[in-house]
Design a protein around this ligand. Structure first.
Ligand code: HGA
Length: 612
């Protein structure tokens, strides 16, 4: 999604802004731009494509300034062109914006009637003109912005500068993430703190509705015109700067980081084969009360939720529903007393999931219904963590590749820890089962390491996908969501059309697609569904389909004509979906590299989907 970086300093901020934008590149974008104030002039440069193009233009023209705003755009309104790239300028005002102004057309009509000329098709440009217009009534840039924001419908984060206020930067957070980076004699803004780590590790996390005025030496935050205090938080120095190290792509690095990420995630909860006493301790009373679980998530996180549904119901007998957030938030679902609502999101900022959470909380409150809310995410400072009763962090470290890998497998580990916890609080988990699962959790990083040893075999198989246009992924039980996840990974980064199916559904439709051009990926752990899965494999082979099977080493499934097999080390049945995620990630990765796509920033996609 779009990124914002801005700064007000004594030194020139050009390099800081460009470096910040580079750090936001992983989120996906289509164009970039910046505006600097210099001698009461706005110096603006915008380019379609990579930040490197912008950096080149900026350095050729020696653009300097000690206050500026910059942006990577992921178009929602208007094509990815230079004219549509941010910052947008009106008179002496320059604006960058993340999010969507839903009532922009109405505002645009009004502004055009007043004589304002629009030079882009974006929704954002109305903000620049509105602030410019409001400055006819006041000399204060802050007041002008405060006048404008009540007129904007939708979700937005803004950075605004003005030539006649050459020492201040105004920022707004309303439904789209925005943090302030606190420096010494300089202050910054960004939509993601990662962008500001080279200049500070001290942050002010704005809340929805906050408007802030930054100068070099001061930060003032306002809500409805009143000054409010927002604490400065120091970030743990271990939040590492993102670099690819020895790996060609972030995605590959993140695939290989999974054993450690899972180990970290487990370590926060387990002491040997027991749960740590302090693990989610403050949630005990709520967990005791809950009668059912509703998971809300999008994309890969939704697949993690689907697997958790099997676990919640089979392991501890707690009914569990899972729903895509963009559907849940708009369908007025019945809010049921004593339900635990779990939001799963890598960033903790996913717009649809956050909106679904807020809607649920609002309706529960209005109707006096007792519910609990919980977040599973990878960012301790995220909005979801702040806005739910409880949270459980995946300790995966920053995930930069757009296609989620380690965030997904650590979400699964976290969900299993949560299920153990709820099972224990509600006395639904036998001691023997607790030991079986905790032992298997500790063993999981090693099984993943052993699975990663098959990388070369998987690379060899991936060459057979390069020319294909379609692909099916099949699995049963907890491996049905892994089939969906495998298909999602393949389409996201290799652009091959792929579908995931529950293998039992094959004969109800997708079998019609199978011919000798159709690769079919099978997930075959050694579980009670194995024999049924073998029958489904026969059905595919009988129609000429080519099988690519990730099979348990003890499954009895062997290589034969048009049946390629990679044997996966034996793994506890409950945790098998975590391990079987790895070969499908590697397969998608290698196919994408062979097809020459932009693996870490696939076309049209973005990390941390902060617009609806
Ligand atoms: N609506 C604006 C900004 C889009 C955005 O925030 N994307 O993540 C535009 O289209 O320029």
């Amino acid at each position: 999604m779009c990124g914002i970086v801005g700064g007000v300093a004594e030194r020139c901020v050009t390099e800081i802004l460009i470096e910040g934008l580079k750090r936001l590149e992983y989120r996906g974008y289509d164009s970039a731009g910046l505006a600097l104030l210099n001698k009461e002039q706005i110096l603006r440069e915008r380019r379609v494509g990579k930040v490197a193009n912008l950096a080149e233009a900026v350095s050729e023209q020696h653009l300097t300034g000690n206050i500026g705003i910059a942006h990577t755009r992921w178009a929602t309104h208007g094509k990815p062109t230079e004219n549509n790239a941010h910052p947008h300028v009106s008179g002496n005002v320059a604006v960058v914006h993340n999010g969507i102004i839903e009532n922009y057309q109405e505002l645009k009509d009004e502004l055009q009637a007043l004589g304002y000329i629009f030079t882009s098709q974006t929704d954002t440009e109305v903000v620049a003109h509105l602030v410019n217009d409001a400055l006819k009534q006041t000399d204060s840039l802050l007041e002008a912005v405060q006048k404008v924001t009540p007129r904007l419908k939708g979700a937005y984060a803004l950075g605004i500068i003005h030539t006649e206020h050459a020492d201040e930067l105004i920022t707004v957070r309303e439904g789209s993430p925005l943090v302030i980076g606190v420096g010494i004699g300089e202050n910054f803004i960004s939509s993601d703190q990662l962008a500001l780590l080279p200049v500070t590790n001290r942050f002010v996390y704005l809340e929805e509705g906050d408007i802030a005025r930054l100068t070099r030496t001061s930060i003032e935050v306002f809500v409805n015109g009143e000054r409010v205090d927002r604490p400065v938080k120091e970030l743990d120095a271990t939040v590492s700067n993102a670099s690819k190290g020895e790996y060609k792509h972030f995605m590959l690095k993140e695939i290989y980081e999974q054993p450690e990420a899972i180990q970290q995630t487990i370590s926060q909860a387990l002491n040997g084969n027991n749960l740590r006493e302090d693990f989610l301790q403050h949630a005990n009373a709520d967990f005791n009360k809950i009668q059912q679980v509703q998971i809300i998530a999008c994309g890969t996180s939704y697949h993690a939720g689907m697997i958790a549904k099997y676990w919640f119901e089979q392991l501890i007998g707690v009914p569990c529903q899972v729903e895509i957030a963009s559907e849940f938030r708009y369908r007025t679902p019945v809010i049921v007393e004593n339900t635990l609502y779990i939001c799963i999101s890598q960033s903790g900022e996913t717009a649809d999931t956050l909106a679904a959470l807020r809607e649920t909380q609002k309706r529960a409150k209005a109707n006096n219904i007792n519910i609990s809310t919980m977040t599973i995410c990878n960012v301790a400072t995220s909005s979801m963590v702040r806005e739910t009763d409880h949270h459980l962090l995946t300790l995966a470290g920053p995930e930069i590749g757009v296609a989620s890998t380690k965030a997904f497998t650590t979400q699964l580990a976290a969900l299993m820890l949560l299920i153990i916890k709820i099972g224990q609080v509600k006395q639904r988990l036998a001691a023997a089962q607790l030991t079986e699962i905790t032992e298997a959790l500790w063993h999981c990083p090693k099984v993943i390491l052993d699975t990663l040893q098959h990388n070369t075999a998987i690379l060899r198989l991936s060459a057979l996908f390069v020319e294909k246009n379609h692909c099916l992924f099949l699995g049963r039980g907890t491996h049905f969501p892994i089939a969906l996840e495998g298909a999602l990974k393949l389409k996201e980064i290799s652009y091959i059309h792929a579908e995931g199916y529950a293998a039992g559904e094959l004969k109800h439709g997708p079998l019609a697609l199978v011919d000798n051009e159709m690769p079919v990926v099978i997930l075959a752990p050694n579980d009670e569904m194995l024999d049924k899965l073998k029958s489904n494999m026969e059905e595919v082979q009988a129609r000429g389909g080519e099988l690519f099977v990730f099979a348990d080493e003890n499954s009895g499934i062997q290589e034969k004509d048009r049946q390629h097999v990679v044997h996966i080390p034996a793994v506890n049945e409950w945790l098998a979906p975590i391990v079987y995620s790895v070969p499908v990630q590697l397969l998608s990765y290698h196919v994408a590299v062979l097809r020459g796509t932009d693996v870490d920033q696939p076309r049209n996609l973005a990390k941390s989907v902060t617009v609806e």
